[in-house]
Design a protein around this ligand. Structure first.
Ligand SMILES: Cc1cc2nc3c(=O)[nH]c(=O)nc-3n(C[C@H](O)[C@H](O)[C@H](O)COP(=O)(O)OP(=O)(O)OC[C@H]3O[C@@H](n4cnc5c(N)ncnc54)[C@H](O)[C@@H]3O)c2cc1C
Length: 377
């Protein structure tokens, strides 16, 4: 219903690449994060611009080509790499494409599609995450420049990025009209990576704290109209949630298949554990939840692909898919028993990686607030 032969061909192309060039290194990358060169390789293969137009080096595909990439990254088993790539293709670059000028697209979008530049998006601050309007990174307009001061935290690709799309506010309170999205390039005096953070999962990705200390940023780095940053960020967050949902459910499917296989082969009391009704039913519940969440994710992705702005559905899809992914990973650990808790079995990493998706791109609670509002509650 959603995928054409071309999508399936793309899927196989991505899968072969991941099996050959990525999966053999995943264990090592979990220890010390993946090399930056992987972006160039992904760019060379065209995977970083699947749905961007050819004039910027993209492949001109539809939204389902992005879904295919996200699903295959999840299937490969590294949440960290999948997240880093999604930040590049579905979070940091979309606003440049949608709201940027021609010159900005040539300068930041095209090299990101080629994998020659790595991008990050910097919204969260030490004192403001869910409450985006509560950020305190200030961009003060001074002639042809903005002077930026503030801190961002938990920034994926933050340590390795060439530029960050930074959410800022004006020095005077202008309500939602006071926010701006600025591209700030590494090497800009005052832009510093203050530390990289250790975390529960997503180990192959880097997560950094950034400092902007009297950073002079040319007005030409403003993405979109001045004062429209908040509105444009809300649009960006829809795409972020949509792709998170797609990746989460594909990750759950992988864990489910692995667990089913394990249960068929693991013997206890003289028979495969899959013969025990309690295990069988647990597997059935896992598969059923995945199937229903996946159908809703695809249905919602179709609306997004058609240019609709289905905020309620996207919030519901992300909420449901990420909760299902966590439940499935937890059930998988239970079915694998002690093996499930061991690093050498893939569900342990899946369990740790999956947890983030219920926090990043809008926590469960924030999504419920959005959904409630959409019902007029
Ligand atoms: C590994 C990792 C990578 C990340 N990558 C990025 C990135 O690349 N760029 C970026 O900008 N950010 C990134 N984030 C940050 C992420 O988006 C935030 O952690 C998330 O938005 C939540 O913000 P917070 O952590 O400040 O939690 P808080 O906002 O402090 O929330 C704490 C708790 O309070 C609840 N809460 C808050 N407000 C309400 C409310 N109104 N009603 C009910 N409950 C509420 C929340 O749901 C949560 O349970 C990343 C985070 C992690 C852990």
């Amino acid at each position: 219903m959603y995928f054409t032969d071309a999508h399936e061909e793309l899927r196989m192309h991505i899968r072969r690449f991941l099996e050959k060039e990525v999966q053999p290194h995943l264990e090592e990358w979990e220890e010390k994060t993946f090399p930056d060169a992987i972006f160039e390789r992904l760019g060379e293969l065209g995977f970083l611009g699947l749905r961007y137009p050819a004039e910027y080096g993209g492949q001109g595909g539809d939204y389902f080509s992005a879904v295919v990439l996200s699903e295959e990254m999840a299937r490969a088993g590294s949440g960290g790499l999948g997240m880093a790539v999604a930040v590049q293709t579905e979070m940091a670059t979309p606003p440049v494409f949608k709201f940027g000028t021609e010159e900005q697209k040539r300068r930041w979008l095209a090299p990101a599609i080629q994998g020659k530049q790595i991008a990050s998006i910097a919204i969260t601050e030490p004192d403001a995450g869910s409450d985006v309007a509560g950020i305190s990174t200030v961009a003060r307009r001074l002639g042809d420049e903005f002077i930026v001061n503030g801190r961002k935290t938990f920034i994926t690709n933050g340590a390795r990025c060439h530029w960050a799309l930074v959410v800022t506010k004006s020095e005077r309170d202008r309500g939602h009209a006071g926010y701006n999205l600025l591209v700030i390039e590494k090497g800009t005096p005052g832009f510093e990576v203050t530390r990289t953070l250790k975390k529960l999962g997503m180990h192959s990705s880097d997560t950094a704290e950034l400092l902007f200390d009297d950073c002079h940023v040319p007005v030409t780095n403003l993405i979109g109209e001045e004062g429209e940053g908040f509105k444009n960020l809300m649009w960006e967050l829809q795409g972020e949630r949509m792709i998170t949902a797609a990746g989460a459910i594909a990750g759950a499917q992988r864990v489910f298949e692995y667990t089913m296989d394990y249960a068929r082969n693991r013997q206890a009391f003289g028979q495969p554990i899959a013969n025990f009704q309690v295990i069988k039913h647990r597997l059935v519940d896992m598969g059923t939840k995945i199937a229903s969440a996946q159908a809703f994710v695809y249905q919602t992705a179709k609306l997004w692909d058609q240019g609709e702005y289905p905020v309620r559905q996207i919030s519901q899809a992300k909420l449901m898919a990420t909760q299902v992914a966590c439940e499935v990973a937890d059930d998988a650990i239970q079915i694998l028993g002690g093996h499930g808790y061991m690093r050498e079995f893939p569900v342990e990493r899946a369990w740790r990686d999956a947890r983030l998706a219920r926090i990043g791109a809008g926590t469960d609670e924030i999504l419920k607030e959005i959904i409630a509002k959409s019902y007029g509650l």
